[in-house]
Every structure is written in structure tokens, then in C-alpha cells.
Design a protein around this ligand. Structure first.
Ligand SMILES: NC(=O)c1ccc[n+]([C@@H]2O[C@H](COP(=O)([O-])OP(=O)(O)OC[C@H]3O[C@@H](n4cnc5c(N)ncnc54)[C@H](OP(=O)(O)O)[C@@H]3O)[C@@H](O)[C@H]2O)c1
Length: 312
């Protein structure tokens, strides 16, 4: 039986694929954008498009009340240049300022609307790429804490993500902790930097990251919606890997020269703490729980093959 699904942020790189997979599975989808110019695109996909500002409680309340969904999916971020301006890796607090608000205030508005209109289930976007606690093994499960990088410019964003988990779980929902996305439109900026040799390895590149293809991230989310899942799930591929492994491979797949290598002190100066932690001490994640509990099957089990296919 098809469900009525409300996708807040239905036009982003993941939102679009999620909307299309939900429609393919026979669900009725209301998808939001902040831009009336994108309503045609949503209609063409077969979704009911609605203009909504996730930072405006009234706008959210009205959109949800009109759609009367059975489940709300929160995929609102403001990371693209259109919403955030130029990427600023050294100052993630500035680059992600609006995204962090969408993750705090935006989540609160959606949860309030869900409660007011009797929507029983919420699924939200989380993050699990390199941000596992920096002690012990290199690959973390949902039982291990996340690293909040206290005392750095990354802290406010990681704290916002942790808050998403707290409030959504309290409301009986699920948080999909996606690895680093790749797939159509997801890493164009990174690939451009790699091609210009402006994406160096830091130190010995020992820090781990987890990746996930957009199609797999979307399919896991569909399962969480259909199964009314609760709890957190690491939505990552089968092969968490150190930067010294995936970055040269990404460069090779992009037809670029091998990445440069720069010392930690220089990276800290140029790119800040987050980049240094990610590349030298990052901890990746295991997807065992999502496979076991959601029955998730990946179409792209490893970035190794995935990068090759995407950049062919
Ligand atoms: N786990 C990960 O690695 C991860 C997660 C998220 C994003 N990213 C990356 O970030 C980059 C940008 O992502 P993106 O292309 O999806 O774009 P984005 O700018 O982050 O937007 C995502 C969605 O949020 C919506 N949105 C933005 N501001 C909003 C607001 N105030 N209220 C309600 N909705 C709002 C957008 O709608 P409109 O633009 O239509 O208004 C869009 O549907 C990509 O490279 C992507 O791969 C990575």
C-alpha cells in the first residue's frame, strides 16, 4: 500500500533520488523547495511540489497540514553555493551556518508540525563519514559515540547533528547517518579540486572515511520510511577506508595526477581542524545494523568501483 510521504528538501542531490524512488514504489510524495522555479521539476517527476522555508514555523506548519502525510522525511540542508556561497572548509561554522539552523530549528518546526497534525513518523538526515569517536578501532557502529570536535569550528555543526538524533529519537523517529555522498552532482566540487591538485593528502592520510552512493542512501531511506524504523542507522558502504587509499583512487578515476601531500601543520593553517582530523584521525562506520534491521542491499557496495563508474 502506498504511503503519503512528505519530503522536506525534495530537490537536493539526495532528495531528488529519494522522491523518485518513493514514487517508483507507489508512494504519494509531497516534496518541498524554497524556489517556485523548481516546482515544475517536481511536478515532472510526479510529486506534489510545495514552496516551504524550513526556518519559518508557519511555512512548515502550513505545508505539512496541507499535505497530511503519514511520514515526514527531513532532507533540508543549505550546503550548495546557491544557499551557502563558496565552500569554506576552514570555517565550517560559517559555511554550514544555515544548514545548522535547518538541523536545529528546521527539525523542531517539522516535529512540531508532525505533532500538531498527527503525523506518526519522522525520518531525518544525519551524518557518519569520518566523525566517529577518535579512539580505538577505525570503524564504528551505532553504539560508539560520535566525535563532536569540541574546541574547533566544526563543533557547532556536529553538535547540531547530535541534537537531530536526540530529538528525532525522542519523537520515535529514525536518523539516517549518511556517509559522504557520491553520485550524480554530489562531488563535482571535490573532483574539480582533485583535478586542479588542490585536494592534498594530509600527513600520512591515515584517517578513515565512509562513502555512500546516492542511490543506496535513497534506498535505505525508503526502507526506513516503509518499515517505520526507529533509531539511528549508519548508511555507508561496505568499505570504510583511509584517505591514503580513496583519495589517490578518486584522482586516478578523475584522470588527475596523484594528489599532493602536505604536512599537518600546513593543512591546519590552510584548511583548519576538520580537514586535519578527517584525513589523519577520522573513524569510518559499519553498515551492519542497516543491513540486518532494514534488509538494506547496496547496489554500490564500494566507492572503489563506484568512483570508477561515476567518473567514467
Ligand atoms: N552526507 C553527505 O555527504 C552530504 C549530505 C548533504 C549534502 N551533501 C553535499 O552538499 C552539496 C549540496 O547539497 P544539495 O545539492 O542537496 O543542496 P543543498 O543546498 O544542501 O539543498 C538540499 C535541500 O534543502 C533544501 N533547502 C535549502 N534551504 C532550505 C530552507 N531554508 N528551507 C527548506 N528547504 C531548504 C533545498 O531546496 P531548494 O534548493 O530547492 O530551495 C534542497 O531541496 C552536495 O555536494 C551534496 O553532495 C553531502
Amino acid at each position: 500500500m502506498g504511503m503519503r510521504v512528505f519530503v522536506a528538501g525534495g530537490t537536493g542531490v539526495l532528495g531528488r533520488r529519494l522522491v523518485s524512488q518513493l514514487l517508483d514504489r507507489g508512494h504519494q510524495v509531497t516534496a518541498t523547495t524554497t524556489s517556485a522555479a523548481k516546482l515544475g521539476q517536481l511536478a515532472q517527476m510526479g510529486a506534489d511540489g510545495v514552496v516551504m522555508d524550513g526556518l519559518d514555523a508557519a511555512s512548515v506548519g502550513e505545508a505539512v497540514a496541507t499535505a497530511r502525510p503519514e511520514v515526514i522525511v527531513h532532507q533540508m540542508t543549505a550546503i550548495s553555493t546557491a544557499h551557502a556561497g563558496k565552500p569554506d572548509i576552514k570555517h565550517p561554522d560559517r559555511w554550514f551556518a544555515r544548514t545548522n539552523r535547518l538541523r536545529t530549528e528546521g527539525t523542531d518546526h517539522l516535529l512540531a508540525a508532525a505533532e500538531a497534525t498527527g503525523v506518526p513518523h519522522v525520518v531525518a538526515q544525519g551524518y557518519a563519514s569520518w566523525n566517529g569517536i577518535r579512539e580505538g578501532g577505525w570503524v564504528k557502529s551505532e553504539q560508539d559515540p560520535l566525535d563532536l570536535l569540541e574546541g574547533t569550528a566544526a563543533h557547532v555543526g556536529l553538535k547540531a547533528l547530535s541534537r537531530v538524533e536526540d530529538v528525532v529519537l525522542k519523537a520515535g523517529g529514525a536518523v539516517m547517518r549518511y556517509g559522504a555522498f557520491y553520485g550524480p552532482g554530489a562531488i563535482d566540487d571535490q573532483v574539480e579540486l582533485v583535478r586542479k591538485r588542490k585536494y592534498p593528502l594530509v600527513g600520512r592520510g591515515t584517517g578513515y572515511s565512509s562513502w555512500v552512493h546516492l542511490d543506496d542512501a535513497a534506498s535505505a531511506t525508503v526502507l526506513a520510511v516503509e518499515q517505520k524504523a526507529t533509531g539511528v542507522f549508519n548508511i555507508v558502504d561496505d568499505e570504510p577506508a583511509p584517505a591514503s587509499d580513496w583519495l589517490p583512487h578518486l584522482a586516478a578515476c578523475a584522470g588527475a595526477k596523484r594528489p599532493m601531500r602536505i604536512p599537518v601543520w600546513l593543512a591546519r593553517l590552510l584548511a583548519g581542524d576538520q580537514a586535519v582530523v578527517m584525513m589523519t584521525e577520522g573513524r569510518g562506520f559499519s553498515n551492519a545494523k542497516a543491513k540486518r534491521e532494514l534488509g538494506w542491499q547496496l547496489r554500490h557496495p564500494s566507492w572503489r568501483q563506484g568512483f570508477k563508474e561515476e567518473l567514467a
